[in-house]
Design a protein around this ligand. Sequence first.
Ligand SMILES: [Zn+2]
Length: 353
Amino acid sequence: MYKPPQQRSKSRIPTTAPKTSSSQQAQGGFLVQPKGIETTGKQQDAPKYSQEAANHIMAKMLAATAQTSPQPDVEGLGLGQRMIQAPAVVDTLPIQRKLTVGAPGDRYEQEADRMASQVMSMSNNTLQRLLVPKEQTEEKVQTKSLKKSSTVPGLGENTVIQVEAFIKANQYQQAIDAIVSDQAKAGRINMSFLDGGAIYYNSSLAGEGQVNPPGYAGTGKKQKANPSRVEIGSTAFVNGVSLLYSSMMHEYQHVLQFQVSGTSPSKVPGQGLNPGLIHQQEVEAYSWEAIHSKQTGMYSKPTEMQEIWRRLHDEHWVNLSATEKKPLIDIVKRAYKVAQNAVGKKVTLTFNP
Ligand SMILES: [Zn+2]
């Protein structure tokens, strides 16, 4: 299912020396598979209905019945509880209550339309089984993290709505800007680390994104990293807000890695071009994606989670010596746990650190 013929350039391009000019474009680099594409293909071992579909179904049903309900419920929960009485289902309702219904034509929306009409004609018992796959009821952590907001708890709800609209309208730069602005306000992105205080969409960039080591300015204690030019490619837009957000933050981890050692939060800081460091920094960036997948919403996309782990392990981790693995082993273990939980028990990830 993986390994589509398309190739993309690697996120962090190692083939040129750290640069001082942002106009210089690196060529080549490692080639890996696009992430996200495979989700349009067959689902392996996924519950019969995707999380998105289930969310939309619930949102639609709530909206539909709310019109006939004489007493609207403040939280929108009363209706759901009446419709689905099993305690296991109530546990998952907070996930669904705040979701907005997408515009017609949306892939998940179409799925939701079809499902909603089927669902309405089912008994409570059937409905319960449909909306609550086993893995989900067992995933208390997931429920807890998703309670906070919609499917992308790490972004403001308005930001998610805006970004969805921008992506739908192919306004990719605006989508990126909205996420940068949101995350800067939340203290998760330092805009002064970014060239021009922004992240740029590059339509000709194959893959999700790239950033080159920016070089340093100053010497001694005054030394600091130059701002990094981060570019996002069109592959980052193929699977909704979560993939875009996760991809942008992946690149931002490289920006942090390029900060001067001691001020960088990275376990493997530096702008070196030796393959060992580059693989280490990729392992760290993909680990971030797995560990923060509940924040980005990637956690509810098992195929993406499998792909994150595949890249982390197959493309980078296996290339590291024992010494190079050492500073990363803890975060890789954490990443494994989250990824394995996300893909569910039926799928065993290839490597257990
Ligand atoms: Zn990378």
